[in-house]
Design a binder for this molecule. Structure first.
Ligand code: G1P
Length: 286
């Protein structure tokens, strides 16, 4: 079984739900406390032993590449003022470990992943959607890699959602369960509650076999007229092992204003440096 060494980060989205904040920079650079969303997902991938990060970007997103580059002027100025550069440590990356490709048109998540096909090559890979902030120990992708090392094939992260929310997610038809692993018998993108096969939704973490790229080559469109990753994955069911893993930890939907603010409060509350002041403030509210 080939190890999971590469991860694809679809980051071409315009972030219209966060306008005007995202008018002039990538929404993945919005901070949760003092780290941008992209830092959390890249750290999560690194923790799982992933070495090659592939950003699928678009126009106006160069800030994401700059973020993981050496900032010569900033570092020189900080050094000359005797300031420690430790704070920049997480932004350091092995030279060559971050690659980026452009998704030239917003044709869907499946299309975004397909844009990374040549860099992914013939090996399994992870996909991480930065909007989904996953907080757990070990991290979500590390939990999935552990499961992958046991059962192989394709693994998607799943979470129970209220039945009236299924139209926001990919939803699975569950088969047999073994602990936190559930066999995936079917997959459908954004079904109406009355059509949903279950309330087990796909959240933004995947470990996929390279064959999914061949399915995506067909460029079939699905829900919303977009090329859906969910539809391409559905075609692999029955030809390769396919499991859903229920993640042990918390998920914050940072693609949504409410989820984003909640994530800021939740992560601030978990940090010794800022928690006492935030806790006192929140306790005094209402
Ligand atoms: C995407 C996927 C969907 C998945 C969701 C998780 O949808 O298409 O299957 O459930 O991410 O966040 P989006 O949120 O981009 O509409």
């Amino acid at each position: 079984m080939k190890p999971v060494r590469k991860a694809v980060f679809p980051v071409a989205g315009l972030g219209t739900r966060f306008l005007p904040a995202t008018k002039a920079f990538a929404k993945e650079l919005l901070p949760i406390v003092d780290r941008p969303l992209i830092q959390y997902v890249v750290d999560e991938a690194r923790e799982a032993g992933i070495e090659q990060m592939i950003f699928v970007t678009g126009r106006g997103k160069v800030g994401l590449e700059d973020y993981f580059d050496v900032a010569f002027e900033l570092e020189t100025t900080m050094k000359s003022r005797g300031k420690s550069l430790d704070v920049l440590q997480p932004t350091r990356s092995n030279p060559g470990s971050i690659a980026s490709v452009r998704q030239q048109e917003p044709l869907g998540l499946g299309h975004a992943v397909w844009c990374a096909r040549d860099i992914v090559g013939d090996e399994p890979f992870a996909v991480l959607l930065p909007d989904d902030l996953m907080v757990g120990k070990p991290g979500c992708i590390a939990q999935m890699v552990e499961a992958y090392n046991k059962v192989g094939g394709n693994i998607i992260c799943v979470q129970e959602v209220p039945k009236d929310k299924t139209a926001s997610y990919g939803v699975i038809t569950p088969g047999a369960s073994d602990g936190r692993l559930t066999e995936v018998k079917g997959l459908v993108e954004k079904p109406k509650p009355e059509d949903a096969p279950s309330n087990l939704a796909v959240v933004g973490r995947y470990i996929l076999q390279p064959e999914v790229m061949q399915v995506l080559d067909e460029k079939e469109t699905g829900a919303g007229g977009e090329i859906q990753l969910t539809d391409a994955m559905a075609k692999l069911i029955g030809t390769q092992p396919f499991h859903g893993l229920t993640f042990e930890g918390d998920r914050h939907d940072c693609g949504d204003k409410t989820g984003f603010v909640i994530a800021n409060i939740a992560l601030a509350m978990a940090r010794d440096d800022v928690a006492p002041a935030i806790r006192a403030f929140v306790a005094d509210l209402r």
